[in-house]
Ligand binder design. Structure first.
Ligand code: GDP
Ligand code: MG
Length: 347
């Protein structure tokens, strides 16, 4: 190319020269291509690993502990509110197991106040839901020595796990604890409690499989008195040969446990995922033993936490604790305000 100022003809010459040169393949492209391919494969594998369908364990401490209804409510607002139609919002609450009585009361209240915006509606919904909880006192009565706590509920609800969680809590508060394995229906049930007892370094009194649970309760109380324990937690069976037998047995356990004084608490453990069926369970158990509180388990990983509202509103039994996982730390004192705020969050 000649020196001096660049002319148009020079540039054309360069273009022509470039076109004439044979196509050169730079190996760098091959390397980049291979690298991109490998990255894609690795990315896909990681993505599959995180797929909820493939994970078995429930995350122990999910960021949002209960699934928010905020998103569903926003959709309902968008589709129906233009026409002043509250049915879709009502459906969202019913779908979350808030229950007919509480849902109707809350929706009526919000409708009357006629919010203009979605934010206004959510605020009124929150206030309405919070007002459904009337019980202020959710504490356990632990004044007696020992304070006897009976834990009842159907199989798999989380009784044994909840006992471990409560024991862990009491130990942290500086109280001494003795556990009674009143579920003598299956040996594995007592084994499970003993395993927790070992882990917590707490005494567990048990009987043989099929032993009279009344005698286990008797022995547990005797051991607790001898040791000067502060709290006795008694596990019970959730299933027997027939519902009548179970209820009769619980009555008997309660009688034996009351032998040396009052039973401080009868806690019904309820699986939040049981839905409205949970209400039936509360009613059934309430006919045989005087329930003083509900522990709602498995609130992690369910979108139907609204059952808390229904339990209190329709049955008048306070929810005292909520279970949020399988570990012994995963138990919290129930706080209605925080619960409603989380429920209405968009997740
Ligand atoms: P029980 O038959 O009533 O004594 O129930 P268990 O205590 O044996 O619990 C049944 C299952 O539910 C076990 O696998 C527990 O780990 C699990 N579980 C109990 N409470 C919770 C909870 O709050 N959250 C979750 N995700 N699992 C729980
Ligand atoms: Mg059990």
């Amino acid at each position: 190319m000649p020196h001096g100022p660049l002319r148009r003809s020079d540039l054309m010459e360069v273009d022509r020269a470039r076109l004439a040169a044979p196509m050169q393949f730079d190996p760098i492209y091959l390397i980049i291509g291979a690298a991109v391919f490998v990255l894609l494969v690795v990315g896909f594998l990681f993505w599959k690993r995180g797929d909820p369908d493939d994970t078995v364990a429930i995350p122990r401490r999910p960021r949002s502990r209960i699934s928010g209804l905020g998103g569903a409510l926003r959709n309902a607002w968008g589709s129906g509110m233009g026409k002043g139609d509250w049915d879709s919002i009502e459906e969202v609450l019913l779908g979350a197991d808030v229950g007919v009585v509480a849902t109707t009361a809350v929706i009526e209240g919000v409708r009357r106040q006629g919010p203009e915006t979605y934010e206004g509606a959510i605020e009124l919904l929150g206030a309405g839901l919070k007002s459904q909880f009337e019980t202020a006192d959710r504490s356990l009565s632990l004044a007696a020595s020992p304070a006897v706590i009976l834990v009842v509920g159907v199989n798999g609800a989380g009784k044994t796990t909840t006992i471990a969680k409560l024991a862990h809590r009491f130990l942290h508060e500086g109280r001494s604890v003795v556990l009674g394995a009143g579920d003598t229906f299956r040996a594995a049930a007592a084994d499970q409690l003993v395993t927790w007892g070992d882990r917590l370094d707490v005494r567990v009194v048990r009987g043989n499989e099929g032993a009279d649970p009344g005698s286990v309760v008797f022995d547990t109380l005797a051991a607790a008195r001898a040791a000067g324990a502060d709290v006795v937690l008694i596990d019970t069976a959730g299933r027997l040969h027939g519902k009548k037998n179970l209820m009769a047995e619980l009555e008997k356990i309660h009688r034996v446990a009351s032998g040396g004084g009052e039973v401080a608490e009868v806690l019904l453990v309820l699986d939040a995922t049981a839905g409205q069926n949970g209400l039936v369970q509360v009613r059934e158990f309430a006919t045989s033993v005087p329930l003083s509180g509900v522990v709602l388990t498995k609130l992690d990983g369910t979108a139907r936490g609204g059952i808390v509202v229904a339990v209190e509103k329709e049955l008048g039994v306070p929810v005292k604790f909520v279970g949020l996982g399988e570990a012994m730390e995963d138990l919290e004192v129930f706080d209605p305000n925080r619960f409603v705020d989380e429920l209405l969050e968009q997740s």
